[in-house]
Design a protein around this ligand. Structure first.
Ligand code: GDP
Ligand code: MG
Length: 169
């Protein structure tokens, strides 16, 4: 069985962008697995010779990834996604957005992840510029280890993130 890596985080932080970058043309090798929730996307990727399944925890319901939901609802649903990831994944990638900075919703999910026994890799996305990469240090305060600055959009930093994922498999 291949290890499972789940990407969790609030809507709009760039989870699906990273997922698509990582699976590339290997998209949807694993489709319609029995017992999996419909809106979650599974793909396969390989890094440093390690093959693993990556999960984009899109949302349980249509509209779950809508960033315009009320904040309390976003927190509730992100929490739910994180719990699913804790239950099924071998490594969790917790993704945050450096442009928004550290917000209360991230703290809540981080608290749940800290209580789990699963390894968590902290990806600080949208670090498209040197300034924003510097700002990623703020996320040390989540207590989830070294923040890894990346730009899922441009691909920079994703190698560092993958190194850290594979180290924890
Ligand atoms: P999700 O809701 O977490 O799955 O987020 P998406 O992957 O749908 O991305 C939300 C928005 O952020 C989209 O407009 C993306 O193009 C944008 N985005 C994703 N990654 C980056 C990044 O590294 N830099 C910037 N500037 N925008 C990004
Ligand atoms: Mg998405």
């Amino acid at each position: 069985e291949k290890p499972i890596v789940a990407i969790v985080g609030r809507p709009n932080v760039g989870k699906s962008t990273l997922f698509n970058k990582l699976i590339g043309e290997r998209r949807a090798i694993i489709a319609d697995e029995a017992g999996t929730t419909r809106d979650r996307q599974y793909g396969e990727t390989i890094w440093n010779g390690r093959v693993f399944t990556i999960v984009d925890t899109a949302g349980l319901l249509v509209g779950d990834d809508d960033p315009n939901l009320p904040l309390a609802e976003i927190v509730r649903r992100t929490h739910q996604q994180a719990q699913l990831a804790i239950d099924e994944a071998d490594v969790i990638v917790f993704m945050v957005d450096v442009r928004e900075g550290l917000i209360a919703a991230d703290e809540e999910v981080a608290a749940l992840l800290r209580r789990s026994s699963k390894p968590v890799v902290l990806g600080v996305n949208k670090a498209d510029t040197e300034d924003r990469r510097q700002n990623a240090v703020e996320f040390y305060n989540l207590g989830l280890g070294d923040p890894i600055a990346l730009s899922a959009y441009h691909g920079t930093g994703s190698g560092d993130l993958l190194d850290e994922i594979v180290r924890n498999l």
